[in-house]
Design a protein around this ligand. Structure first.
Ligand SMILES: [Zn+2]
Ligand SMILES: [Zn+2]
Length: 161
């Protein structure tokens, strides 16, 4: 077990993830640990290229990043968010912010996590309403709000638009 990862991911969480990976017939190799660690450290939405750029000096190939991210997504460690045909990934388990809504800025392309408590409660209400009205069971939600972020709105105001 690498020293670095021990400090970033709680030992119990890492143990759980390792078992999950093994139960699905894979191994948590050193490269996969690095990728996992980067998700914990960065705590944001990452593309395969972002991960590769960060870890290529650590002997992690682009093919390894692709394959690992796919495995992690299949077994529920990561969640995939597709924006304009591009895949972004974020932690799904042991995330600091499990329940949130995504907002994408059309100007700077930033993806923002909306995670205020009131919004999260409305989100749960909406889930419940959809389930009740349509008599179904929801496992996951994938809504993307699109518009201008706070920063870009300020630029707009400043430019007098
Ligand atoms: Zn923006
Ligand atoms: Zn997110």
């Amino acid at each position: 077990m690498s020293k670095v990862i021990d400090n970033i991911i709680l030992r119990d969480d890492l143990f759980f993830i390792e078992k999950l990976i093994e139960r699905n017939g894979y191994r948590l190799t050193d490269q996969r640990k690095l990728i996992l660690e980067y998700f914990f450290v960065s705590n944001k939405h990452l593309r395969v290229e972002d991960i590769y750029k960060e870890l290529r000096h650590e002997n992690v190939s682009l093919a390894t990043v692709y394959r690992t991210v796919k495995i992690f997504n299949d077994i529920g460690i990561l969640k995939e968010i597709i924006v304009d045909g591009a895949s972004y990934y974020e932690l799904k388990i042991f995330s600091q912010k499990p329940l949130h809504i995504h907002f994408q800025c059309v100007r700077c392309n930033d993806i923002i996590d909306v995670e205020e408590r009131e919004v999260a409660l409305k989100y749960l209400e909406l889930n419940k309403a959809i389930e009740d009205i349509n008599d179904l069971e929801i496992y996951d939600v994938d809504i993307m709000f699109v518009g201008l972020c706070k920063k870009c709105r300020e630029v707009n105001k400043w430019q007098g638009q």
